[in-house]
Design a protein around this ligand. Structure first.
Ligand SMILES: NC(=O)c1ccc[n+]([C@@H]2O[C@H](COP(=O)([O-])OP(=O)(O)OC[C@H]3O[C@@H](n4cnc5c(N)ncnc54)[C@H](O)[C@@H]3O)[C@@H](O)[C@H]2O)c1
Length: 258
């Protein structure tokens, strides 16, 4: 009996893989033998993850583009060629100049737009561009990193939560459309992670703010990219062939899928 987690011969595009969860996914998929197309908005970040994968003996190439720009997505995938696995990881939850934390009743369409653009339209763009060759090859995996915010709601992050819930609805619909072609579509819903996005919360030790954030978690630590990567490899491999349309929480017991 063998447990086959080998992704040799598979090409995976991971969006937003220049740091954080996406970087962790790139390293795990490379360790499983896949060739990793490392996407990021920032080319330098993508290049440095490619160099890291190279040093570890894996295979990767940089594939920088902006997931919010559909023409850029189709151009990049046209040049890079078809992928077997797409991981929609690029997202924003309030970092890098976006202001998210505020009451929905006091917000405006201009405040929502950046969150919908990356977390929903970005997922639609990449999924739309990657699916046709998967359907033709009668094998494919689409995996989207969403957030518990989209399952449970999140005060002060309504636009982000709406975009993530929308991405999960997209995955369920795509799953129904493409299952008969051997393609699955799933989400992993994350709780609070320790990544560059949230590092300021954790880098100052056991602060009252960090304690308050972790208080509802059964396991009182932020998640690490490794907590996500192994599940992603299972869902993306042969053992994931009958798991589709699901949103699997990886969240230290913050909330539960019934
Ligand atoms: N960090 C958390 O606590 C947390 C919690 C729940 C869900 N998530 C989700 O996990 C995913 C990864 O989060 P992270 O913490 O690693 O984020 P991060 O900000 O550390 O990294 C995200 C990467 O995506 C890239 N990116 C952003 N916009 C892009 C675009 N338009 N096109 C291409 N690349 C783009 C950024 O340059 C960055 O390198 C996101 O979808 C996020 O919403 C994170």
């Amino acid at each position: 009996m063998t447990l086959d987690l080998d992704l040799s011969g598979r090409r995976v595009l991971i969006t937003g893989a220049g740091q954080g969860v996406g970087r962790g996914l790139a390293l795990t998929f490379a360790a499983a033998g896949a060739t990793v197309l490392v996407n990021d908005l920032h080319g330098g970040r993508a290049e440095s993850v490619v160099a890291e994968v190279d040093r570890l003996g894996g295979q990767a190439l940089a594939c920088p583009f902006d997931v919010t720009d559909y023409a850029a997505v189709t151009d990049a995938l046209g040049s890079a060629g078809p992928v077997d696995i797409l991981v929609n990881n690029a997202g924003n939850a309030g970092a890098e100049g976006f202001s998210i934390r505020g009451r929905f009743a006091e917000s405006s369409p201009a405040d929502w737009e950046p969150f919908l653009a990356v977390n929903l339209y970005g997922v639609m763009h990449c999924t739309r561009a990657a699916l046709p060759p998967m359907i033709e090859n009668r094998w494919g995996r689409v995996l989207t990193i969403v957030s518990d915010a989209g399952r449970t709601g999140d005060p002060n992050s309504a636009a982000y939560a709406a975009a993530k819930a929308g991405a999960a609805g997209l995955m369920r619909s795509v799953a129904l459309e493409v299952g008969r072609h051997g393609v699955t579509a799933n989400c992993i819903a994350l709780g609070t992670m320790r990544t560059p996005l949230t590092e300021p919360l954790w880098s100052q030790g056991d602060t009252p703010q960090a304690k308050a954030i972790l208080q509802p978690y059964a396991i009182r630590r932020p998640g690490s990219p490794d907590d996500v990567g192994h599940l992603a490899v299972v869902l993306a491999g042969e053992h994931g062939s009958w798991i589709t349309g699901q949103t699997v929480p990886v969240n230290g017991g913050f909330s539960f899928a019934l």
